[in-house]
Design a protein around this ligand. Sequence first.
Ligand SMILES: C[S@@+](CC[C@H](N)C(=O)[O-])C[C@H]1O[C@@H](n2cnc3c(N)ncnc32)[C@H](O)[C@@H]1O
Length: 251
Amino acid sequence: MTSDERKNRIAKAFSSRAGVYDVAADVQWLVASRLAERVEGSTLPAVRRVLEIGCGTGFLSARLDGAFPDAELVLTDIAPSMLERCRARVGNRPRYLVLDGERPRGLDEQFDLIVSSLAFQWFVDLRGGLRELSGLLAPGGRMMFATLGKKTFLEWREAHRALGLVCGTPQYPGGEDFPWPSAFEHRIDEELVRQPYADGHDFVKSLKALGASEPAPGYQPLTPGAFRRLLASLDGGFAATYHVLFGEILA
Ligand SMILES: C[S@@+](CC[C@H](N)C(=O)[O-])C[C@H]1O[C@@H](n2cnc3c(N)ncnc32)[C@H](O)[C@@H]1O
């Protein structure tokens, strides 16, 4: 599968779940709130223009709209139906754009603040995408984001390993090997969020409800028998770890 085909599948999956995303998105809401607090609490120079990548249904966008009432807001997502939901939440003041955040074409202006909550983990080339986005920062501007780190779903990965199965969860970087773009200062904080699930089935169902179901590139799905054994091994409930990286890039 080419990277464009993968992106189309990701965009389609999120678009198809846009109407029910909010109900399943407890962790996403929590992470967007934490990132919003960081943005609101940071000493930013004058913010005239804000760009959000992967705005989804607008958990973070709504907070940005409140925090920067005089700034121009550009809210973007690769999935058109997510943008529609975002507009329904935030209203018509911002500009809405269907955009692949890894290839931010058609944005001529520079931004004082670029933000993104839990979208960068879907990038095919995180290093290249961050380089492109950093190039859109105005002098003195800042990128503030949350993305997933390498300990994410370690219990799910471990359940696969215990049965000798290959796990379809993509590989994410850690704080120590994060692919920062060169020539920019950066900072990172990490947090482990644990989300309880009734069982493995409940976990898989909730990822599907979010539209977050595209596995790592090249992954071959488990046979029905192997999948049943996997779910049986998680019967009785478990808490899944979300390893959240809060990063900043300073221009
Ligand atoms: C887990 S959701 C997070 C949405 C929102 N930021 C939130 O906190 O609820 C991931 C979002 O990233 C978007 N996305 C995935 N790949 C993207 C890309 N390459 N460029 C822009 N958005 C992307 C998806 O369409 C989806 O809306």
